[in-house]
Design a protein. Sequence first.
Lengths: 193, 361, 160
Amino acid sequence: MSVVQDLTPGFADPVGDAQTTFRAVLDAMAHPGSAYTVAPLRPPAPLHQALAAVVLTLADHETPLLLDRGADAAAHWVVFHTGAPSTADAATAAFVVALSLPDLATLPTGTDEAPETSATVILQVARFGAGQRLRLSGPGLRTPLELAVDGLPADFVDRWRRNHALFPRGVDLILCAHDRVVALPRSVSVEEV
Amino acid sequence: MAYVAVKGGEQAIDNAHAWLHEERRGDPAVPEIAVSQIAEQLGRAVDRAMAEGSLYDQELAALAVKQAQGDLIEAIFLLRAYRTTLPRFASSSPIETASMRVERRVSAIFKDLPGGQVLGPTYDYTHRLLDFALLGETTPQTPAVDAADLPAMPRVPDILADEGLLEPDVADDRDPVDLTREPLRFPAPRDARLQALARGDEGFLLGLGYSTQRGYGGSHPFAGEIRMGEVAVEIVPPELGFAIDIGDLVVSECQMVNQFKGSKTVPPQFTRGYGLVFGFNERKAMSMALVDRAMRAQELGEDVTAPAQNVEFVLYHSDNIEATGFVEHLKLPHYVDFQSELQNVRRMRAANEAETAEAAE
Amino acid sequence: MTNTSKSAATAQDDHPWPARRRWMAVLARATSADLESLLSGVDLPPYTVLRGPEDGLVMVRGRAGGGGAAFNLGEMTVTRCAVRTAEGLVGHAYVAGRDRRQAELAALVDAMMQDPARAPALEAGIIAPLEARHLSRRSARAAKAKATTVNFFAMQTTRS
């Protein structure tokens, strides 16, 4: 028998909403540190709108997903709507769906010839504009930009520095708070303020 | 290679399309052909479009055939393009041709095989005389036998399996290569070759298959078994966790049985080629089986001498959309290239004439 | 990586829910016209659509040689739908082709069939008639195929 937890609908307009959300993520990657709004969505707890929208948009039956312990409660809903295979092995994950930042060193970082085969971390945080203050610089930023994020670990800057040093390999990070996303592509430098 | 941007063609193109639509419609006094008529009455065209379009949907294929005015490669192009707009939900469990609801099943190696020779709706015994009765309308009728359940039809490979005379199948459920998701790489494994052949051009494969019979990589084939009929398609949706049937497909299957081959480790046995195609596409299934066997030459310790045995040659040229893409791209403006060629030729002629003039002095 | 390869699930005796597999197979082969007409007398519960009805593809696989390693044969169109009835039953449908109405009705019937109070009436009024229709179509074709079977008057069989 199938174990069916509370299955609720996904995007109201699957094509349009996925396109809107994809555009938000694209813009966020192109403009690191700036926040963009995703399409409307009412996911089950503990997922919030932005994280769920990004997962529904980016994941499909060819992208193994690793959900961390926090996100795992909504695994059935995520897998139902994306068709994505779930994996417990970080080394095979295309996307990590997390409520707390995973150890980036355990994730696939791509190769020099195919850096895009790395994992992407989709991380839910409490909010932007408060909490840890970071200074971002690098491609996409004409002048350095300050970003405050409530929900990253205290040693985030160190962990990110090690990831950034791997360029062109490395992992990209999509931060999701409420209905907005901010992206940190691996090319961006992050310092404490 | 330089392409040139050309302006001013929009009106001409609009008019070309308008004329195309008129030509496609034909004489308005003649009733317009319905997609359902194509699906029902031009089934072989529809089946070929599905097989090479690599998209099983009879209505879409019939629509493509109508839209392309019967040009099947154009129809196939439409279907290939259309499939890119649809998301993929799942891959099926491998279909079980042993459980096929057989409509045709013949063997050239066993006269009296279990289950019998079932001819099906075949053209094989027609006399190839144009039937002028078809200029009008017809009401055909098939005699039926009562209480029909066809007997069990074991697959010929299974019949031969007991004595070990035939190369056995080795089941393997690992995920196969998918040419629709990753580029073809060489050496190409058998799963990639079979996928490419299944969607390959029937004419190209027919010619290559014929060549193997004429000595270009001779393999003395026998038609071990040919089957056509419906098979059920099964998937295992993750939200259910168990297998479900989603419907039926018609497929054609051919087992070619080929000459002995023995080695130090394997006793002499018949080797095989395999063809499997969407729809009632027997010629294609047979050709595919011949070419499949030819491409196994290296693996079976045979010299690779003939075009059909040359895996790169076969697989790079078997897709008719790729082929027509490059052949027809020659129609694109190559004005700048040609101008430079023109100058070259003129220069060479001038040099020739100068030499000739000198020599004459 | 994909949701296939579990050949154990295909053997009837290994299947965890053969009855449901049977009625879903019947619904997958029914036209929306047939479903609409058979359901016209039935009191349908209110329901929400969880997903779809949406068209997509299933990659059909064959086996090399018919029994060997799997290969990708080509894609077929499929329509799927998932619904939840007011009573909380979740129904699914995956049906060959592009008939969205068929997928939605099939999912709804799948949900209703999971209610032991409703199932017998639905079995009698919907599933059995659809199955009979389908089987009779199959028999008709099998009869025509059988008529084309060659009767050899052989003195002995060629198989030793």
